[in-house]
Ligand binder design. Sequence first.
Ligand code: SAH
Length: 272
Amino acid sequence: MTIEEALRRLMPVVPELLPGHVWLAGAGPGDVGQLTLHAIAGLAQADVVLHDALVSEAVLALAKPEAELVPAGKRCGRPSSEQTTISAGLVAEARAGRRVLRLKGGDPFVFGRGGEEVLALAEAGIPFRVIPGMTAGLAGLAAAMIPATMRGINQAIIFATGHGAESQHASLNWEAMASLGQPIVLYMGARRIGTIARRLMAGGMPADLPAALILDATRAEQTVTVTDLEHIAGTVGEGDEESPALIVIGRIVTMRARITDLISQAKQEVLF
Ligand code: SAH
């Protein structure tokens, strides 16, 4: 079967985005290859696409030419307190009888406020569908050649947000998390990594525990820097505000060098 035939065969299983309905979809970490069929179908049918700043241009280019693209999200220059405005916007667009796609980076239910938006839609009686996406924590690790789980290394993996790490009320118990001895994948952690790393070390994580910074995962600009827990804050630097940054802490990070060393010894080509 050709790729075209395979895609044609899948067309009938793609649901229809009806007027007055909202699809809350994940767009993945940036690479168009990681969009789901349902997300593509949403882009192709929507009259209006309300998207996060993290949704890449290459993804938005798949929308109908006449579709209205509306930036809606914290990084789009709006404070987070406008979350209610975004939810109200979704309800208003649906009530106006438009086909609405709410598109978020990664997965809509992973650190994406998708839960709040779905609550607002349910409360307003708007029909909606939730379309999962490839979350950065998994796609980013794969793109950096770091297995999320590795037999002999870890039995669990922690996805945590660094957001709020310095606030006494919202802060996680980093010392307790350190004591679990399992790798931590940190979303939105670049700004607070200094505090977080200190607290993880206070909780017993060794200073020389491997750590990686993955910027712009799955995009052409992707960079991966491997260091250790003690030096990760210095690695993040100040210039990374613009690029989405994922921080991975734990022995799974050592797998990257093991894999890439073997590849370079064999002069083998690796395809992503
Ligand atoms: N819902 C998204 C996460 C939103 S929070 C998801 O499931 O992936 C935003 C954070 O996600 C960023 O601060 C960064 O830590 C991470 N992130 C999203 N896309 C990324 C990418 N392409 N590369 C690295 N990190 C990314």
